[in-house]
Write a protein that binds this ligand. Structure first.
Ligand SMILES: Cc1cc2nc3c(=O)[nH]c(=O)nc-3n(C[C@H](O)[C@H](O)[C@H](O)COP(=O)(O)OP(=O)(O)OC[C@H]3O[C@@H](n4cnc5c(N)ncnc54)[C@H](O)[C@@H]3O)c2cc1C
Length: 381
């Protein structure tokens, strides 16, 4: 790894974590990011973009040094996860069932990205480029051309530049996918009662609603619904508070709205992750997934760990091919699972509803439940 020059486009959570992991392994890293995080002046207010990061990935991020610098007020671990079907049947996974202290953490995306960038500053073998962009790619001599006309050479080029990846465009990567006719409404609220260290999700025909615990008295409430419905709510604060109160107050008691926003949802999967034997896509540039099970960035971190592993054992081209084979299969599996959940758990068809209840009852069997909790914490895929 020491002789490898890795150019990374995009320094979001996946790109910055890739840069840190490769730098720690001894590679020379050049990271391009058009909107770098502000490293100073973070407030204690949680932003709306929050991720549940599973235990395996959180331990990996800790091994990269993130825990030493991250704002601890923006990390909350959770011990339980409960899902409830339309007919009211519930299943709870508890960390104690697999002898763990938590299933993972809720972390603010900005706080995690900032912490990764702070860690990167400690590495002499990392160059952070925020004033120039990658304009074109020459795969014969393995160089990228930058906005000011300079060239930068690489052994491996990583596209970590999100769902509209320029690296995917430069490599003519094709995707398969669609827009869900849904938006995800995120609201941060302050509760009168303390919030348990538990995340939960309730399924309904129009989409699930869910809670992520943030601190002792703050939580993020999530509602998935048709685009038009969410948009009209977002523009009427009183209607929004009434809607959320009807939905969530029976579960959590009274609360006050702090902020709200909504995001469109899409499914997008690259047909190839690697091109020209030297370019690889990771994270959302390779796959965007429905966020209902909080898997998006977890899959991105798993991509990095797999690529790093392959590159430490094989020359670049075979390593990239092995990476694509493994991660495309695993990511497609997770995407199909999300589609199956979307169809069966949301359906008003009585047979689909019965199947959802039966699958939930089956998941209560100790061996299957143990297996599912191990999956939730990222110990097995
Ligand atoms: C509502 C919602 C809730 C979610 N909840 C969860 C969750 O609970 N758990 C989970 O695991 N995932 C969750 N996700 C998914 C998760 O947010 C994404 O998978 C994750 O942010 C992807 O990270 P990334 O670094 O691959 O891409 P991005 O976050 O899109 O980062 C891409 C980076 O590249 C930079 N960039 C783009 N183009 C260029 C360019 N030309 N030059 C230089 N830089 C460039 C951008 O500025 C950005 O910093 C959720 C997603 C949504 C929409």
């Amino acid at each position: 790894m020491r002789d490898l020059t890795v150019v990374i486009n995009g320094g979001g959570m996946v790109g910055a974590a890739s840069a840190l992991a490769f730098a720690k392994a001894g590679a020379y890293v050049k990271l391009f990011e058009s909107h770098p995080p502000k490293l100073e002046g973070q407030t204690d207010d949680w932003d709306l973009r929050i991720s549940s990061v599973n235990l395996a990935n959180w331990q990996w991020l800790r091994s990269l040094g993130v825990n030493e610098v991250i704002a601890h007020s923006k990390v909350r671990d959770y011990q339980r996860l409960t899902v409830t079907t339309q007919s009211g049947k519930s299943l709870t996974f508890d960390a104690s069932e697999v002898d763990q202290a938590s299933l993972g953490v809720m972390v603010e995306n900005n706080a995690l990205q900032t912490a990764l960038w702070q860690c990167l500053r400690d590495y002499e073998n990392v160059e952070l480029v925020t004033e120039q962009r990658i304009n074109s790619l020459n795969t014969h001599d393995r160089t990228v051309e930058l906005t000011h006309g300079e060239r930068s050479s690489f052994d491996v080029l990583l596209g970590c530049d999100g769902a509209n990846s320029i690296i995917a465009q430069l490599t003519h990567t094709a995707y398969r996918g669609w827009d869900y006719d849904q938006r995800c409404l995120l609201t941060n609220v302050e509760l009168e009662q303390p919030v348990a260290s538990e995340t939960w999700e309730v399924f309904r025909p129009q989409g699930p609603y869910a809670l992520l615990p943030l601190s002792n008295n703050k939580a993020c409430l999530i509602d998935y619904d048709k685009r038009a419905g969410i948009r009209s709510l977002q523009h009427d604060k009183a209607a929004l508070q009434t809607h959320l109160t009807q939905l969530f107050e029976p579960h959590i008691g009274p609360f006050q709205l702090i902020k709200a926003a909504s995001f469109p949802l899409q499914r997008k999967h690259a047909l190839t992750y690697c091109s020209y034997g030297c370019v690889a896509l990771l994270g959302d540039s390779a796959h965007s997934i429905h966020p209902m099970a909080g898997q998006g960035v977890n899959l991105g971190f798993a991509d990095i760990r797999c690529l790093l592993d392959e590159l430490s054992n094989k020359p670049v081209t075979p390593a990239l091919n092995a990476y694509e084979k493994q991660r495309k299969f695993e990511n497609a599996k997770m995407m199909r699972l999300m589609d199956a959940l979307q169809i069966s758990w949301r359906s008003s068809n009585p047979i689909a509803r019965l199947l959802a209840d039966v699958s939930l009852s089956a998941a209560r069997a100790p061996i299957l439940k143990h297996f599912l909790i191990k999956q939730a914490i990222g110990e097995i895929e």
